[in-house]
Each structure stands twice: as structure tokens, then as C-alpha cells.
Design a protein around this ligand. Structure first.
Ligand SMILES: [Zn+2]
Length: 499
């Protein structure tokens, strides 16, 4: 008889700094599979998990797979409903020979905190100690005691930008089947260092995190090492004991797992300064940019719509005006009220506006300007690349304003940004512009490839900040980097797996 393996997860990444909570509607709108629909997945981490389980001769038993785009923590009600659904189906499916959970690992619930740890612990309670539970994670997971203490193995993806979710699902499935077939007895240790940094230096293609990933992965060549994972924790969570580091799984040798993980934890701590995003204040970036011959991108990563922000910051527009920049420059702001006011008027007219900081007013004051309405548009544009290549984006009623030589795109709705599609759709030409405001920390590298001379991440307030230096965490306690540059006598915190 085929071994029956339960498969289910609640997959999302939470951000405590965004204003709104995640509820059931966010899951319904993204990807919510129930029962047999789980088995129909052919790509992503779920597709990789199912295909590999079948390849190993197992029968996947579907629970639920609920996935939502990154946003605020889940409401208690939303999590309770999802958890009851998943656990109810698991209860009904018992007995099973194993459980495979393709989680993200950085999800939070209002009041409860660590979603992933809570869910894994409840699954463990239900199946008992003898049934293996394997969990796959994003490398931005917040790995906790509850997760390490209740799973048999945790495996994270190895790339950022992420492109190996399918193969990670397969790795998780193969690890689980190796346990079920009694080929291995995993023993696991996680070493954490309290390094809270933005994703800007976290690429696995080059730079310090790539170096750390290679170091961790090289240990997989050693005798009795089954798997290693490197983590750079999602920094916009606000939970106790956050940090990055590495997790090592050995075959029935916990001491060796602890020893190897601890060494990686020290290595990670020593990388901390290089992992910090090199931010500039807007005025400094503008002054420096004016000395550079060619286009300079001003990265307002703190207002990244793709990370859950509203896109309504006018901080860089203010800085460009205060600096008296005379070269033609492009900026954008989401402000439905101002966009509607422009659409009451005609192209060519002047209008007085208070721009921005209305959807999420915590990060700044609206900017008072008088501008000329140059162009009114319906806000439709087509993505030229990235995950939504060829798809039509919708900014809602939008306007191109002119304030001196600063061209400002005012949009009604937030849209994920890839390259300059939003600007181009309103007749704003990025070619030859001096400064271009970009609201993402990673896509611009491909989206604007070959079109800029320098790109400066800026230190501006917002829910998706580049540097966590000035964020007032409520639950994360000191000391941590970068609030504390050093911790005398530092040793990584070790989380040990089940014996
Ligand atoms: Zn991630």
C-alpha cells in the first residue's frame, strides 16, 4: 500500500508596519485550494511537493493550501478559520505516514504572533510524535523555537530573487520520504544572530548574503549532513527573538548539527555591517546625483507597493522641490483624491493640490503644490517584464502634473512596479531624465537595466524601509543590529530540534 502523506499549508509573509490586516478575502483573492484542488497544483512549491511525493510512490492526501500576497498580520478570526479547516481535514485523514507543509515561515497573527510555529505545533499534537512532519520555508522566514521543536526537518529556498520554490518543494518531499522509509533520522539545529536588515543586500547572486549561502551550502558535502538552510529574516515583522542565520540537519548527530550551525551563526553575525542597506538621506542623494553625468534612480523602497505599502509617499517629490532641481525628473505618488480633482479640470490648467500621505498618514504630511495638469489618463498600462509580463495594470484615473521641470504621476490606485510602464503610459519619458523615483528595492535592477548611472536607496519613513535602524519595534527587544552595532561576548542563539 502506498504511504499516505498529508499536504497542507497557510502561506504568506506578514509586515507589521503596514496599516491593514490580512483577512480571508486576501487569501480568496490570491490562491486558496481546498481538498482535491491542492493536488491540481503543477508549479511553485506546492507543485514541486506533489510531483516529488508521487515520484516516490506516495499518495498525497490534500488538506488546504491558502496563500496570500504579503500584507499585515492575519486577523485572529482569519487564522482561526484557516487553522480549523486544515486541522479538521488532517484529523479526518488520519492515520497518515507523514505530513508535508509548504509554509512561508514569516507569517504573523494578531495577538498570537508566530503563525507558522503555532500551526506546526498543532499539527504535531494531532499526529503524535511518531509521524514525521517536514516543512519547507522561504529564506526570509522567522525561524522560531516552536517551528524547530515540532518539525522533523525544515528546508528553505536557496535563491533571492526567488526562483527555486518548485525544487524546494521536491527537496522537502524527498526528505520526508527518506524519513518514512527509515533511510535517515534527522537531527536539527538553528543558530540565530539578531541581524535585522532590509533585503537590498540579500541577493543570492552576488554580495554578502550570496557568500553566506555558498558557505552554508558547502557543508552539505560533509559526511552525515543532510541539509543546510540560510536565513535573512523578513525585517518588517515585529516579533520576539528575530534574526537571521543558518539551520543544519544531520543524520542522527545533534551535537554535530549544533556545532556546524553555531559556526555559521558567528559567521552571519560578522557579516552584519555588509548586510545593512547603504541608505542616503534624500537631500544627500540628490546632491550626489547632480554630480553624476546621466540618470540617477532614487529608490524610495520604504513605500514599496509590492511589499504592502500604499505608494502614497510624497517625500522624494518634496526633496526634489526643496533642492530646486532644474533638470527634468520623474516622480510618482498614489493619491486618489488629487487624481479625481485633476479629472474635474482640463489638460493645460493649473491646480493647487495637497499631494500624498492620505491613504497611510503615519509617515508624513501632504505636500502643498501648485501644478499644471499636462495629461489625463485612464491609468491602464501593460507590464513589459517580470512576473506580470504582458498583463494589464490599472492605476485608475491618473494625471501627469508639471511642477517646474519635475513631472509627477498622480495615480488613483497602488500598482506593483517593475520598470517605467506607469510613467510611459502617462507620456512621461524616462529616457534622458535626471532623477527617476522608483518604489522598489530589487525589480529596478532588471526593469531599468542599462538605463541609469547610479541608484540610491533612500532613508525615508514608511512601512517597507530599507534600513531598520530607526524603526521602533514593540516586541523585538534590544540588543539587535543595527540599533546595536556590537554585542560584547556575542554567541548565536541555538534552537535544538526534537531528540
Ligand atoms: Zn522571501
Amino acid at each position: 500500500m502506498k504511504p499516505r502523506i498529508a499536504v497542507g499549508a497557510i502561506f504568506t509573509e506578514s509586515n507589521h508596519l503596514v496599516g491593514r490586516m490580512t483577512d480571508m478575502e486576501n487569501f480568496e483573492r490570491t490562491e486558496f485550494r481546498r481538498g482535491e484542488e491542492v493536488l491540481a497544483a503543477t508549479d511553485g512549491v506546492l507543485g514541486g511537493s506533489i510531483a516529488a511525493l508521487r515520484g516516490r510512490g506516495a499518495e498525497p492526501v490534500p488538506l488546504i493550501y491558502a496563500s496570500a500576497v504579503p500584507g499585515g498580520p492575519l486577523t485572529i478570526e482569519c487564522y482561526a478559520a484557516l487553522k480549523a479547516d486544515l486541522l479538521g481535514r488532517l484529523q479526518a485523514a488520519l492515520p497518515v505516514e507523514g505530513v508535508l507543509m509548504p509554509q512561508h515561515g514569516a507569517a504573523a497573527v494578531d495577538e498570537i504572533g508566530d503563525l507558522d510555529g503555532d500551526l506546526i505545533a498543532r499539527v504535531r499534537e494531532l499526529v503524535g510524535n511518531a509521524v514525521p512532519v517536514v516543512v519547507t520555508l522561504d529564506c526570509h522566514a522567522h525561524v522560531t523555537e516552536q517551528m524547530v521543536g515540532n518539525a522533523d526537518a525544515l528546508l528553505a529556498w536557496e535563491t533571492y530573487p526567488h526562483r527555486d520554490s518548485y525544487s524546494t518543494g521536491a527537496r522537502g518531499a524527498n526528505m520526508l520520504m527518506d524519513i518514512v522509509e527509515k533511510r535517515v533520522r534527522p537531527t536539527m539545529a538553528m543558530a540565530k544572530a539578531p541581524v535585522i536588515v532590509g533585503g537590498y543586500m540579500g541577493s543570492t547572486d552576488d554580495g554578502p548574503f550570496a557568500e553566506f549561502m555558498r558557505k552554508a551550502k558547502s557543508l552539505e558535502q560533509l559526511d552525515r549532513v543532510l541539509s543546510t538552510s540560510a536565513f535573512l529574516v523578513q525585517p518588517q515583522l515585529d516579533l520576539p527573538d528575530m534574526g537571521g542565520g543558518a539551520l543544519v540537519i544531520t543524520d542522527n548527530d545533534i551535537d554535530r548539527a549544533v556545532e556546524l550551525a553555531a559556526a555559521l551563526g558567528h559567521y552571519y553575525w560578522n557579516l552584519r555591517s555588509r548586510l545593512e542597506t547603504p541608505v542616503r538621506v534624500p537631500a544627500g542623494a540628490i546632491a550626489e546625483g547632480l554630480q553624476i553625468d546621466g540618470t540617477v534612480l532614487l529608490l524610495e523602497t520604504s513605500d514599496c507597493v509590492g511589499g504592502g505599502a500604499t505608494g502614497d509617499s510624497a517625500a522624494i517629490i518634496r526633496a526634489l522641490l526643496e533642492a530646486g532641481v532644474e533638470d527634468r525628473s520623474l516622480a510618482m505618488v498614489v493619491d486618489p483624491e488629487s487624481a479625481a480633482a485633476c479629472h474635474q479640470r482640463a489638460e493645460g490648467e493649473d491646480i493647487a493640490l495637497r499631494l500624498g500621505h492620505k491613504l497611510d498618514p503615519r509617515w508624513g504630511e501632504p505636500l502643498e503644490v501648485t501644478a499644471q495638469i499636462e495629461q489625463l489618463t485612464d491609468g491602464k498600462f501593460v507590464y513589459s517584464g517580470g512576473i506580470w509580463e504582458g498583463i494589464t495594470g490599472d492605476m485608475g484615473a491618473s494625471a501627469k502634473l508639471r511642477i517646474g521641470n519635475i513631472e509627477v504621476l498622480v495615480m488613483s490606485k497602488p500598482t506593483y512596479d517593475w520598470a517605467d510602464e506607469q510613467y510611459r503610459s502617462a507620456g512621461m519619458n524616462s529616457e534622458g531624465a535626471k532623477f527617476i523615483v522608483v518604489k522598489n528595492p530589487m525589480n529596478y535592477r532588471i526593469g531599468y537595466d542599462g538605463k541609469f548611472r547610479a541608484a540610491f536607496p533612500l532613508d525615508t519613513p514608511g512601512p517597507t524601509v530599507a534600513s531598520l535602524r530607526h524603526v521602533k519595534f514593540q516586541r523585538l527587544a534590544r540588543p539587535y543590529f543595527p540599533a546595536d552595532q556590537d554585542i560584547p561576548g556575542f554567541t548565536p542563539r541555538i534552537l535544538r530540534g526534537r531528540a
